[in-house]
Design a protein around this ligand. Structure first.
Ligand SMILES: [Zn+2]
Ligand SMILES: [Zn+2]
Length: 194
């Protein structure tokens, strides 16, 4: 077996079993424990596994890291399904933003390439059309994503009711774009600009 094959096999074994002992790997693959140690070194360095007593354990996020690129196109935050803002481009590429804040910023950048926008209703979590959605800003409810916060709602009625409870203002898509633009220029946004 080539060293590269062996290393791939080790990776696979750890992924399947989550935890492997050095002695087990050595026996299974018919090489010395020294060799296993050497093979594991890069895996530990790239944080694929964590060293434990006499063995290794799959790093927690290695198990879920399989999804290719799920970082926000604007701020590189990991994207959560709850707030995700998907921009479908005319060339059928889909771009993901972590929330409506970044989604609107991205829209401004590539406006004429945008075919459709999909996001979730903040209350019902249903998939909605971002272009016809209503957006709430300056609300007191904090969702721990980008600031200024922008929350999406399918119906204006729900957005209005939400604002009654948590404060804020309701905007259409176009109005939200303008409002966000203003806020960004007044320096109240967390994103840095050139
Ligand atoms: Zn973002
Ligand atoms: Zn965000």
């Amino acid at each position: 077996m080539l060293p590269i094959e062996r290393r791939n096999q080790i990776k696979q074994l750890i992924q399947d079993n989550e935890h492997m002992k050095i002695s087990e790997l050595s026996k299974l693959l018919g090489v010395s424990e020294m060799t296993i140690h050497r093979d594991l070194k890069p895996l530990i360095k790239e944080e694929f596994v964590i060293k434990t007593f006499g063995g290794v354990t799959l790093a927690k996020d290695s198990a879920t890291k399989q999804i290719p690129d799920d970082a926000c196109i604007i701020c590189r935050r990991p994207v959560e399904e709850r707030l995700v803002f998907r921009i479908i481009r005319k060339d059928n590429q889909i771009e993901m933003a972590c929330c409506a804040h970044c989604g609107l910023l991205r829209f401004q950048q590539i406006e004429d390439q945008v075919m459709q926008i999909m996001t979730h209703d903040f209350l019902c979590h249903t998939t909605i059309n971002g272009l016809t959605a209503w957006y709430v800003m300056d609300t007191s409810l904090v969702v721990s994503c980008c600031k200024p916060q922008v929350l999406a709602f399918e119906s204006k009625k729900h957005a209005d009711q939400f604002v009654k409870g948590f404060g804020g203002d309701v905007y259409s898509f176009q109005e939200a774009l303008e409002k966000l633009h203003q806020k960004m220029n007044s320096g109240t946004c967390c994103h840095h600009h050139d």
